[in-house]
Unconditional design. Structure first.
Length: 167
């Protein structure tokens, strides 16, 4: 994939508790390049013990993005810790042709725009000081996936249209 390679997402089990030394060692082992191509990493956590400033600081020091996840079995952490953001939107509905109703897609598009511009939205759940997330502009990756997988393509297309990407 070369330069087109997106972030590598590391998904921890929802039962995995935050252990600072264990996580620090894991983050230190992540490769930064492969065959001359820079690698970006994101980590998705599930256990509420990760919703703490110490986790945010470890991820920030490593330049690893914390996945902002919206799912019942995941903790939502909006802190920006890398030069990109990664959203994993998991609240699609089978009974909605685009997976999300229009207001839901508008909300996700607004979040993507805000994070691309480096804004730290007040209404989101932060584990550390929200001010430390402000000014961290960059690429935003949004994955639409959950049990209503048949709606994921339509949800992604509808989101791209709201963001002005018609390619």
């Amino acid at each position: 994939m070369g330069e087109k390679l997106g972030p590598i997402v590391w998904q921890l089990a929802a039962t995995k508790r935050f252990e600072p030394d264990d996580l620090a060692q894991f983050l230190a082992m992540l490769p930064r390049k492969h065959k001359g191509v820079g690698l970006r990493h994101a980590i998705e956590v599930g256990h509420e013990s990760f919703a703490c400033a110490e986790f945010v600081e470890l991820a920030r020091e490593a330049g690893v993005a914390i996945v902002f996840s919206e799912a019942d079995n995941r903790v939502s952490i909006a802190d920006r810790t890398a030069d990109f953001a990664y959203l994993r939107m998991q609240d699609m509905r089978s009974d909605c042709p685009t997976g999300y109703p229009p207001e839901g897609l508008d909300r996700i598009a607004g979040l993507c725009r805000a994070w691309e511009a480096g804004q730290a939205l007040e209404a989101l759940p932060y584990a550390a000081d929200r001010a430390d997330s402000a000014g961290r502009a960059g690429d935003v990756f949004a994955l639409m996936i959950n049990g209503a997988k048949e709606r994921a393509p339509a949800a992604a297309i509808a989101l791209a249209e709201r963001l002005g990407d018609t390619s």
